[in-house]
Ligand binder design. Sequence first.
Ligand code: SAM
Length: 276
Amino acid sequence: MSGTLYLVPTPIGNLGDISRRMADTLAQADFIAAEDTRVTVKLLNHLGIKKPMAAYHRHNLDTAGPAILNRLLAGENCALVTDAGTPAISDPGEDLVALCAAAGVPVCAIPGPCALPTALSVAGLPTSRFTFEGFLPQNRKNRRAQLDALREEERTMVFYEAPHKLAATLAELADVLGADRRAVLCRELTKLHEEILRLPLGALAERYRQQQPRGEFVLVVEGAAPAPEEVDLDAAQARVEQLRGQGLALKQAAAQAAREMGCSRRTLYERVLGKR
Ligand code: SAM
């Protein structure tokens, strides 16, 4: 019987976010697959855990992934950790989970720290519908195409960005989505110098044009205002005629139909008159 791949989130800055289940899972696994074993060994030392480790990162995933899968198929349990946050969210864990899912190896996700929901929940922008954009493509043309596709996006958008690219990304977003678009820049979440900046995209771009960004950032951007609903004026006009048939004067019928159909009373009134 195959073992299980456990996805173990680790703190994104605050060691107080380590949960008992996270620590127990690391302690009970046969081995730990880590994005950077030097980073993970510090966490393990903090927890007093000694465990064999395997490196699994974006530069070796083609070979390390199948090797880990074989160990899982042979019955070992593996805990996957990344440098910080939830494995598989904008990091190579995604590929290992896909490999395991395709091979029928059980995958168990332990809930825990993740920059995406932390930023979204603190932003104060609508959260009932949102889209996670992760890191925008590095290639200029692909990045522009992805941004263009977001012009009409009505859901709140969440982006990850590296500090050295932040200023350019903010400027590009302000250009494509509008300088007035509300945004929330979340810096160094859960850390000592956590900062939540609620400013329009243009102001954020201006601020970081002048100031070198430092730390880790998640950007949350308000969605586009919904397009006004198209009113079916033919249907509205038919409703005026119906109300007229029921004995209402033209003005009253137009007013009532406009109210019911959500269109301008004057437009409807003039349209009916124009047709006559
Ligand atoms: N898997 C991780 C997670 O669960 O959030 C994300 C990994 S991704 C390679 C790293 C990015 O996450 C950073 O570039 C930054 O955008 C975001 N991030 C991670 N920790 C953060 C923090 N403490 N504050 C703000 N953003 C953070």
